[in-house]
Design a protein around this ligand. Structure first.
Ligand SMILES: Nc1ncnc2c1ncn2[C@@H]1O[C@H](COP(=O)(O)OP(=O)(O)OP(=O)(O)O)[C@@H](O)[C@H]1O
Ligand SMILES: [Mg+2]
Length: 350
């Protein structure tokens, strides 16, 4: 649970503070007032990852040299400073951290945004990002293996671009690539097996008509990555890049037995994307023993009233929930909530 966040030079905030309540927090403010920026700040502070920006540089307030975020979760204190020149600097309980592993053990997050529809109809990279965000929170060795895989892949692709004469050097990276790749594939497959039934259940809970959904993890080279890598050697030299491995894997999503990306309506795709996020949160909770902070960024506008109500009901009452929108007029009965707004780039209680 997040007790407080102090933002400096983050997006539109020169300096702002937010002290969310433990349960339901409803934040409403006009367009461009900083709602998405605030939730992004929470996500970066807790997970060191922005749900929208590819690069943290984008989040530095225009004209400033760098941003800093200070978060308090119970008796733990997180501090993250970022500047283009010095990169990312982390502190946990006031102690500088060279690695992010201990830092990332403190806060858990599930982030819901309108762009989530891309999980269903967008490219496979969106779904890999989704499963990585989940896996890092669920599996203690995942981040280390992900970084090792990315390093081996980068080096290997660099050498493949150089040409066939680097063959011996290329194969030197096969070992690290396969070791990390098998680890990632195994964790992702296990998580997807658990996600499948959860997603199906959430689809039915949100959608007034029952819609049967399916989810399957597909490894790009099949189950034997070493054999697939060996088999693709000729082709990868021709195309000058590594063709099999976790960087090419995908999650296949189905609705009523057909590919969700092409068969499902927009509303159904949104429902499926929501169910994926809800299942992600549920799985984090079952693996880690406590629920993540639910951050929902303005996703109600795209849902019909019935789906909005159902969604609010399925969010677990014992989790901290921070929901933004431009207005809550449609909300009739709700449990007790802390209400917030943003005025002149400051968060204020209503
Ligand atoms: N790096 C930055 N530096 C300064 N301002 C920024 C930066 N990035 C974005 N902004 C501005 O911050 C303001 C708030 O953006 P944000 O996306 O948080 O608004 P929002 O309340 O979510 O709006 P909407 O309801 O339209 O989604 C916008 O005016 C945006 O242009
Ligand atoms: Mg927004």
């Amino acid at each position: 649970m997040l007790d407080s966040l102090v933002l400096h030079d983050f997006r539109c905030f020169a300096r702002a503070e937010f002290h969310p309540a433990p349960g339901l927090n409803l934040l409403s403010a006009p367009n461009a007032s900083g709602k998405s920026s605030l939730l992004e700040g929470i996500c970066v502070a807790l997970r060191l990852q922005s749900p929208r920006a590819g690069m943290l540089t984008e989040a530095v307030r225009r004209g400033a040299g760098g941003f800093s975020l200070r978060g308090r979760c119970g008796d733990r204190e997180l501090a993250c400073h970022y500047s283009a020149g010095e990169g990312r600097q982390l502190k946990l309980d006031g102690v500088a951290q060279r690695k992010s592993e201990d830092y990332l053990r403190v806060g858990l997050v599930a982030f819901f945004a309108n762009e989530d529809i891309e999980l269903v109809r967008g490219s496979s990279s969106k779904r890999r990002r989704f499963v990585d965000f989940l896996a890092i929170q669920c599996d203690a060795g995942y981040l280390k293996n992900l970084r090792a895989y990315e390093r081996a892949l980068r080096s290997r692709n660099f050498l493949l671009k150089e040409g066939a004469h680097r063959g011996r050097e290329i194969t030197a990276y096969d070992g690290p690539l396969l070791a990390a790749g098998d680890y990632l594939g195994g964790v992702r497959r296990g998580l997807c097996a658990e996600l499948g039934p959860m997603v199906a259940r959430h689809v039915t809970a949100i959608s007034p008509r029952a819609e049967v959904s399916g989810l399957r993890y597909e490894r790009s080279g099949g189950d034997d990555l070493a054999a697939a890598l060996a088999a693709s050697a000729g082709e990868e030299r021709r195309l000058r890049q590594t063709l099999v491995g976790p960087h090419r894997d995908d999650i296949l999503l189905e609705l009523e037995g057909a590919a969700a990306a092409t068969f499902a309506s927009e509303g159904q795709q949104r429902t499926l994307a929501l169910a994926l996020r809800l299942a992600q949160a549920e799985l984090i909770r079952s693996r880690r023993g406590s629920p993540p902070v639910y951050l929902l960024d303005d996703i109600f506008g795209e849902l019909d009233t019935e789906r909005r109500r159902r969604l609010l009901r399925v969010l677990p009452g014992d989790a901290q929930r921070i929901l933004t929108t431009t207005n809550w007029q449609w909300l009739e009965e709700a449990e007790e909530a802390a209400e917030w707004t943003i005025r002149d780039a400051r968060v204020a209680r209503v």
